[in-house]
Design a protein around this ligand. Sequence first.
Ligand SMILES: C[S@@+](CC[C@H](N)C(=O)[O-])C[C@H]1O[C@@H](n2cnc3c(N)ncnc32)[C@H](O)[C@@H]1O
Length: 352
Amino acid sequence: MASTSVEPASAGNGGSAPAVTPDQIMQLGLGFWGSKTLLSAIELGVFSTLASGPASEEDLRKRLDLHERSCCDFLDALVALGMLDRRPDGYRNTPAADLFLDRAKPSYVGGILEMANARLYGFWGSLTEALRTGELQNEAKGGGEDLFEVLYEEPERLRGFLAAMTGISTGAAIAIAHNFPWDRYQTFCDVGTAQGAVPVQVALQHPQLTGIGFDLPQVGPIFEDYVASFGLRDRVRFAGGDFFADPLPATDVIVMGHILHDWGMEDKLKLLRSAHRALPDGGALIVYEAIIDDERRQNAFGLLMSLNMLIETREGFDYTGADCRGWMADIGFRESYVEPLVGPDSMVVAIK
Ligand SMILES: C[S@@+](CC[C@H](N)C(=O)[O-])C[C@H]1O[C@@H](n2cnc3c(N)ncnc32)[C@H](O)[C@@H]1O
C-alpha cells in the first residue's frame, strides 16, 4: 500500500523540510466523531454524574443506562480526548470538565453544547444544501417565520436557547466588564440581552451602574430569575420590546452581543441607527461577537459562525471589524475601535 506521507518537492535539499501528511485533513474531516462523543456525554450527564466522585465503568454504565457493548470505548475515548481521567479507583472528570460541564455549577457552559447537540448537529448535516440554495436549514425551513419566532414557540426551547447564550457569552461579558472604561458612565442597556450575561457581569463589577436588559417580552421572566440569582434586581431591570419596532431605552452605553450577525444588511443598519438615536453625545455603542479579522484568514470560528448564520437565519452573516467600523462611521458615530475580548470574540466600540 502506498505511504500516506509524501515528501514535498522541495525536500530534496537535505531532507530538513517537514513531510506533507494528510493528518490535518483527516482530523478535520472526522472531527465530528470527537465532537459528537463529547455532545452525547453532556446529554447523558457523564460529567454531572462524576462531579460527586470517581466511578468504575460498571457503576457508570448502570447509572447512565448505557449498553455494555461500547461503554468502555465511550469512556476511554473521553479519556483520550482529554475530557475524563482514568485512575485505579475509576473514571473522574478533568478539572476543566468538572468546572464547566457539571450542570449543578454556576460555571456550567454546556448550554450552548446542549443546543449544538439537540439542534445544530442535525441542521449542519444540510450545509451543502444551504450552500447551494442560500436557505436556512433549521426548524423554520420551508416556513415564513424567523429563528426567534420558531425557537420561542416552545417554553423549553426558549429556556434552552437563552441558557445557551449565557454559555457562549459569559467569557466575553466578563472581559467587557473589565476592558471597557465603565467609570465614565452611569447607565447602560444590553439590547437582545437573552438571560442577561452582560448586564450581570457589568453590574457585578461596577456598583455605580444601573442597567437594562432589552429583549422580546417572552424573555422577561427568564432574565429576571437569572438576575435575581446574582442579587442584582435593584440595579438591573428588564424592558420588553421589539428592536425593529420600538425605540431603544436612552442610556449612556448600548451593548449589542450576537445581534447584528442574525440579520441582513438593511436590518443591521436599522439596529445601528436605532442605537445612535438612543445614545447621548459622547455615549458609546459596544458591538461584540466573533468579529472576523479584516484579512478574513485567521478567525476560523468567526467564519464558521457566519456559516452557522446561514443555517439558522434568512439573511444573517458575520463581518469584519473594518466592515462594522465603516457602517458605524456612515451612520454618524464619530470614532470607533476594535478590541479583542476572549477566544474568537472582539468588541467594536463606537462613540457618538
Ligand atoms: C443570538 S441572541 C444573543 C443574546 C445575547 N446578546 C448574547 O450575546 O448572548 C439574540 C437575542 O436577540 C433577541 N431578539 C431577537 N429578535 C428581537 C427583536 N425583534 N427585538 C428584541 N430582541 C430580539 C433574542 O430574543 C435573543 O435574546
